[in-house]
Design a protein around this ligand. Structure first.
Ligand code: SF4
Length: 385
């Protein structure tokens, strides 16, 4: 495994909550200055603690949220400067910032380019105003299109678009129209997420009250397959269950690290870190985060040492999400077990039902198999535990 590392920075602020979102974020924007002080403190404190950064170059940095584009350019630049004082960042590191259309203009995007950011993940979600309103997004389709145009003008070549499918009543035709609009903007990467009803979100409450009926599993599977077929026909590689890239070089290097269970450092409330053996995570509350750091304490809520069984389940779950699937030699090296023997019964069912294949030393699910990903991972988990 390569010796380079990844850093995730959580910017937990949003102008308002989207109806489907259960990520931790705050609408009290007045906390931003105190938050950034605390974040700097966390970056400084991590060195010399038991969570100190592993040696090696930082190869990917990802500012996610929340809405990182609510920070001004100086604030973003300062985060990078702080990171540079503590870590060795590779000169060709992939540096991504999530952008919410409706929070940025052309000047902002040009400024961002000047800070060294070389990849944008634009949360367009849809190019249909009714769908955006249903999701309670802060922007219109027109603003999303303008933001993508402006990003190109600012010189960004590596642009990823986030899209959501599966809102109530959405048809295959409507979703293809959305996908087509996205392709017209020539992104290098698309993340297409199925709408899920997370407990406690306004959307989940509306379903409980009978305000609308969510799409059924069959329709969701159809939309999932449609996404894959449509985007692969149009030159994209379906390299992870929700992710599509125009060629291998445009895959998200940062997210690929997670899918390979590589180590990473996360800063900010709720952020997770993993060093290959121990996973730790910070308090989700921004108030607790600021209080801890202003008293010189790391804001770690808890940590766990992954058992060999947990590692095996995660490895299988993460690798089966990907196009390449499980490298049987790598599995043997990691777990000292022959994969095909250990899971003979499950494998014979999957192969018998034509949901996956073993080829060139790899076991992977096909598109049909990936529609049953959760059930398949559960079957492996039950076998391991
Ligand atoms: S902008 Fe993103 S993080 Fe903020 S509420 Fe919407 S989906 Fe959640």
């Amino acid at each position: 495994m390569c010796n380079s590392k990844s850093i995730y920075i959580h910017i937990p602020f949003c102008l308002r909550k989207c109806a489907y979102c259960d990520f931790y974020s705050e609408t009290r924007l007045s906390l931003i200055p105190d938050y950034l002080k605390a974040l700097e403190m966390e970056i400084h404190l991590r060195e010399g603690s038991d969570l100190s950064p592993p040696h090696g170059l930082i190869d990917t940095i990802y500012l996610g949220g929340g809405t990182p584009s609510l920070l001004d350019i100086k604030q973003i630049d300062r985060i990078f400067q702080t990171l540079n004082t503590r870590f060795r960042v590779s000169p060709d590191a992939e540096i991504t910032v999530e952008i919410n259309p409706g929070t940025v203009d052309g000047n902002y995007l040009a400024g961002l380019k000047g800070t060294g950011v070389n990849r944008l993940s634009i949360g367009a979600q849809s190019f249909d105003d009714a769908k955006l309103a249903f999701l309670n997004r802060i922007h219109t389709a027109g603003e999303a299109l303008k933001t993508i145009d402006r990003a190109e003008t600012a010189g960004f070549e590596n642009i990823s678009l986030d899209l959501i499918y599966g809102v109530p009543g959405e048809t295959r035709t409507a979703w293809i129209k959305d996908l087509k609009k996205a392709l017209d903007m020539r992104p290098s990467h698309i993340s297409a997420y199925m709408l899920t009803l997370e407990p406690g979100t306004p959307l989940a409450d509306q379903v409980k009250q009978g305000d609308f009926i969510p799409l059924g599993n069959d329709m969701m599977s159809l939309l999932f397959k449609t996404t894959s077929q449509y985007l692969t026909q149009n030159g994209f590689e379906h390299y992870e269950i929700s992710n599509f890239s125009r060629g291998r070089t445009n895959r998200s290097r940062h997210n690929s690290r997670y899918w390979h269970m590589a180590s990473y450092l996360g800063f900010g409330p709720g952020a997770h870190s993993y060093d290959g053996a121990v996973r730790s995570w910070n308090h989700r509350s921004i108030d607790g985060y600021i209080t801890d750091l202003s008293s010189g304490r790391l804001p770690v809520e808890d940590r766990e040492i992954l058992s060999p069984e947990q590692k095996m389940i995660e490895f299988i779950m993460l690798r089966l999400r990907t196009l390449e699937g499980i490298d049987l030699g790598q599995f043997q090296d990691r777990f000292q077990l022959p994969f095909t023997k250990r899971f003979e019964i499950i494998l014979s069912r999957i192969l018998g039902e034509n949901l996956g294949s073993i080829e060139n030393g790899r076991f992977f699910l096909n598109l049909e198999g990936r529609t049953f990903l959760n059930g398949i991972v559960e079957a492996f988990s039950a076998e391991i535990l």
